[in-house]
Design a protein around this ligand. Sequence first.
Ligand code: SF4
Ligand code: SF4
Length: 365
Amino acid sequence: MTSTVYFTPVSERTSVSAVQQISKALLDTLVSAEQIELRQKIPLKVHFGEPKNVTFIRPDNYQGIIDYLAERGVESCFMETSVLYGGQRYKKELHAQTAKKHGFTQLPIVFADGEHGEAFADVAINQKHFKTFKVGQAFLDYDQMIVLSHFKGHMLAGFGGAIKQLSMGYAAKGGKLAMHMGEKPHIKNRRCTQCKKCLSCCNVDALRIGEGKSGRSWIEKEKCVGCGACVAICPSKAVSLFTLKSVARFLGIGNPFVEKLVEGAYAARKHQHNIYITFAMSISAGCDCEARKMKPVMADMGVFAATDPVAIDKACFDMAEALGKKFRRAKKTFSYAEEIGLGSCDYQLKRIDAPSFSDAVDAGM
Ligand code: SF4
Ligand code: SF4
């Protein structure tokens, strides 16, 4: 099946207000052309950017999309999950502060995986690596989202766009843990103060704190479902994910990360009929999760819109390649995504020119 990807070019000289108009017009075009029935409530899946990162997509770029929904009486919010470990986005409280500092104040914010990753749903997918996959619970309250992605490089995935935003972006801590490491956490007794804060977040009673003759703390591996909530809640950093094996897996050694990423996206999209809008601007070598200042590695390309997460990523990837920038690991991502039915690599790029927004099927890129 051929998917249509709508695209308007932008450059570093394009103003933020022009980007707002472009993304609003692209959304309007997509909704009309694909006859999308908008729901009463449509959250925006975003990434708030790690502190010190300067290349994440700033929220003022999304104002046109926010206005479009408001004009149609659609209720919205920003929706996100917290990261696995470390940084300023690993639990709701800190993550919300980061979002506010980065200017995400136009809409209410919902953390789909709760305070520290305890709110998740196991979505049955029955795929090669995952029979079920843990996504943030609140995503299941909606059957339509607008998934806003930043096209850029990514250390493990090779590149990040709609597939990564769906997969890693929807995953609760347990989903991220399974994708990255495939291991359950353990307690470092030299750090554990036996404060018992972690007990409140474990839904399966797997934590043993100061028990037995030894008075030590441990996690019952048979009970633990690997949700990762105790990692985030522990004030003493006593719950660790890291073993030699898990670190190797985190670095992609002996871990089919790309296939797992695609399966995570499949789980996330399973109950949803989403709209994907990707901003291929400030294209950095690394992810928006990286707490460092990066420079763009290529010129801005534009804003893309589609209903197919695979087609929109393929269109971004192909355009970058045509402009001389090849991101790694894409072949496997796209072939596996097609194989399990996440979407189609076969797409037609339809260019919507700014500012007149006259339709023209793109022939040059
Ligand atoms: S929260 Fe951390 S320090 Fe407190 S009991 Fe649990 S593992 Fe130990
Ligand atoms: S012990 Fe396992 S199941 Fe319990 S909170 Fe920690 S990671 Fe989750």
